[in-house]
Write a protein that binds this ligand. Structure first.
Ligand SMILES: *[C@@H]1O[C@H](CO)[C@@H](O)[C@H](O)[C@H]1NC(C)=O
Length: 146
């Protein structure tokens, strides 16, 4: 399967500066240094989202964490998949909770064929920065046979 995130558009709750733009998580570059990652401002419930433009049946979401510092910030982030933008996508079904936050690691989360156009990653329960170095999304178009 292809990484369908590469054809999506990314957005996030806020920007810390001109560097940590949301597109950095879908540019095909898994470098875990700050300059290759997204970075929200500090706040309650930061989120990042990719719009796949149409619904896909998602088999896995693969996330590369930051490696030059601060990898623990991702602890407790949640991955949501669905077609709703209500509450910035956090009411959609949850694929996984991120508990493994090793330095610069790339971890795969199985999403059991959840269907959705929006993949949202959020830290719902605390004030934090959200940084993602790459988010790959593997799935097939709804209605296709594979
Ligand atoms: C959605 O995110 C924006 C930007 O962070 C925030 O201001 C707003 O309160 C959020 N909306 C909801 C319903 O959580």
């Amino acid at each position: 399967q292809n990484n369908v995130a590469l054809k999506g558009t990314a957005t996030q709750s806020s920007k810390r500066d001109q560097l940590g733009v949301p597109e950095h998580a879908i540019n095909g570059n898994k470098n875990s240094g700050y300059l290759s990652c997204t970075h929200t401002g500090h706040g309650t419930g930061p989120w990042w989202r990719v719009d796949l433009q149409q619904p896909y049946r998602i088999s896995a979401v693969v996330i590369t964490n930051r490696g030059d510092c601060c990898w623990e910030r991702l602890r407790g982030a949640e991955i949501y998949i669905g077609n709703s933008l209500e509450k910035n996508g956090t009411l959609n079904p949850r694929c996984a909770s991120i508990s493994s936050v090793a330095k610069g690691s790339t971890d795969s989360y199985c999403c059991n064929q959840l269907v959705g156009r929006y993949i949202t990653i959020a830290i719902p329960t605390r004030e934090e920065y959200l940084t993602l170095c790459e988010v790959e999304v593997y799935g097939g178009l709804v209605g296709s046979s594979c």
